[in-house]
Design a protein. Sequence first.
Length: 355
Amino acid sequence: MKYALIGCGRISPNHIVAALNNNLDIVGICDIVEENIEDKTLKFRLNSHRYIDYIEMIEKEKPDLVAICTESGKHAQIALDCIEHGCNCIIEKPIALSIKDADAIINASIKHHIKVCACHQNRFNKSVQIIREAIDMNRFGRLFYGTAHVRWCRDREYYDRASWRGTWAQDGGALMNQCIHNIDLLRWMLGGDAVEVVGMTDRLNHSYIEAEDFGIALVRFKNGSYGVIEGTTDVYPRNLEETLYLFGEKGTIKAGGQSVNVIEEWRFSDLLDNPEMVKARFHENPPNVYGYGHTPLYADMIHAIEQDRQPYVTAMEGKKTLELVLAIYKSATDGRPIKLPLTECGTMDFIGRFS
């Protein structure tokens, strides 16, 4: 299967490794900064054709699958162009920065019979998969509530390395960039459909960015469960944790580690398994916060294309997680609860929020 990569920044090595692990034919690699292409080509010993224009690349190489790893504000237009050219897409998080753009991607994929995967790779963590299995088996009984915490550090050097980071036009803040994976997991585990959000956001320690570095929210879900979200890039002096808790009538879990890759608590009334054995078996120790999920996500997407089915993480799922973050932003800005679904909203609505 022919594969091309658009964007050779911070996350691109995970995509290249996933493509290589799945024996994809990497026919093209693209970035507007030629040094980025050179760096990745040398590091991974790629023989791929190099491009600075992604349209030229997809027209010449005609890839079956494209990964979009540019700044977030460019995801939607690139995805639409790729879909128009018949390319299936893996889109890095978030899938877009507005409801309008997310809907456009979904509608275009349906029109052109193209598969689109939102790259929420943490859904493929061993720890997350066993938690999801417990939910599907109804081991929790009624789910009461869950909490998602992302307590990380992003310093001035991080933002200085890429001018788009922390901007409303191309990124958003801590919740949209750093915390969206865990927000996605919380939403997915608690039934998928948020119906009301109360949020607060602030810029406490990064005066040089436009968006928030701290956010908290209460979420009510359609099935009657509740979610608590806390996310920040203000933790000193380095990343502390990313944790997910779920509390139910008959079960309690805690997953932690760098990217929700460690089971720390496993308690169920049915006693179907040994908690210590579960903790040992479903423990991963990735080298960074991106985890090991990209390779299985790619494998699923390849199978989805070959079997003509939807990928495990669809474009609609990407939209719903985007929508939840936007609802938090809107609630924090308006100072009131926000009902979902949202018909329209985007990060550009919040320009000047912390001026």
